[in-house]
Design a protein around this ligand. Structure first.
Ligand code: 2P0
Length: 335
């Protein structure tokens, strides 16, 4: 571990993408390390990337898009830092992101993945990708999947210390360049039930929870095979089924959790009659914003249909992208 004087002039800069789960992480076997009950599968997007900078400070602080985060929001950041540092190393973390956090697009995943990569560099701890993924998981579970490039498989692991619970790349972004993801920002409000609370409630009260966990562990290896085979029709069907299974399970909690809106579901109903089923799919994270999957040749039809059904609603079109990475940066770049 480097001394404080060695670190006093250091800085580190890293960036990471959001990831969209095709097989969902919704349930923990251990909350303290965000250890999942089941395997999950996701795609890193090629943008927008979230940037994290780190410089020395007298006290830990996080400046999020120029605003200082309140003290109660710091523990996830400190869990990542504490895994690598010894007191009295304190840091100022700058986060620059345009990903809407808490609107169901897993914004915290990109932040914690970038933080893990920046922190390993800052504290001069050499970690391979699996260890970086496990480190990111300590900040937010889904962040484990924003470390590897392209298509990620998060192995739930079995060890109590979580060292075997990390994501690995199924294939890089170049494996399936025709794949497109379209996020539709129907709603930018903060969700009523956080993912952490929603998962806790689902595990504690849903009569469907046990079956849900089994279904994820069955679906994840199948989804990996569909990705490797570039079988879009099979991937589309399995993605739909997974998303709706998760949201149906949420509805059976006590009290019930409903992330979807009538508007979002109606949109899918109408699209189902307008477009061939095999040409698109949709998933939802813990929010009302649909994320569509399609292939480049079907993108114009999907976009035209969305423009007609949800005119003026902002969209983000992305492709599979690279994972978390260090960036060249200067201390002066920090917010
Ligand atoms: C996923 N989500 O697999 C699922 C689908 C939301 C719905 O991972 O408590 O923010 O920080 O580990 O990572 C959101 O969960 O939760 C999530 P914590 P996280 O993408």
């Amino acid at each position: 571990m480097p001394s404080r004087s060695m670190l006093s002039s250091r800085s580190a800069v890293a960036s990471a993408p959001p990831n969209i789960a095709l097989v969902k992480y919704w349930g923990k076997r251990d909350e303290s390390g965000n250890l999942p009950a089941a395997d999950s599968v996701s795609i890193c997007l090629d943008g927008p990337r979230t940037k994290v900078t780190m410089v020395p400070s007298d006290a830990d602080e996080v400046i999020w898009n120029s605003e200082r985060l309140a003290e109660p929001l710091l523990p996830p950041y400190q869990r990542v830092l504490d895994a690598l540092r010894r007191p009295p190393h304190r840091v100022r973390i700058g986060v620059t992101t345009s990903v809407p956090v808490a609107a169901g697009l897993a914004g915290s995943a990109a932040v914690m993945a970038a933080l893990a990569v920046a922190a390993a560099d800052y504290f001069e701890v050499a970690l391979g990708d699996p260890a970086l993924s496990a480190l990111a998981r300590c900040g937010s579970g889904s962040a484990a999947r924003s470390v590897p490039a392209g298509f990620a498989y998060w192995h739930r692991g079995a060890l109590a210390d979580g060292s075997d619970s990390f994501a690995t790349s199924i294939a890089g972004p170049e494996h399936w360049p025709e794949l497109r993801l379209v996020a539709l920002f129907l709603d930018r409000e903060r969700k009523l039930v956080s993912s952490t609370v929603g998962m806790r409630r689902t595990a504690a009260t849903s009569p469907l929870y046990r079956r849900w966990v089994e279904a994820c562990n069955e679906a994840a290896p199948r989804m990996r095979d569909y990705i490797l085979a570039r079988d879009f029709a099979a991937l589309a069907a399995a993605t739909r089924e997974q998303a709706m299974h998760m949201h149906a399970t949420c509805l059976t909690t006590q009290p019930p959790i409903l992330y979807l809106s009538r508007r979002a579901v109606a949109l899918l109903e109408t699209l189902d009659t307008a477009l061939p089923t095999d040409s698109w799919s949709a998933t939802f994270d813990a929010g009302t914003n649909p994320i569509f999957l399609t292939l480049s040749q079907h993108l114009p039809d999907l976009v035209a249909a969305l423009e007609e059904l949800a005119p003026g609603i902002e969209r983000l079109v992305a492709r599979p992208g690279k994972g978390a990475a260090l960036e060249a940066g200067q201390p002066g770049d920090t917010p």
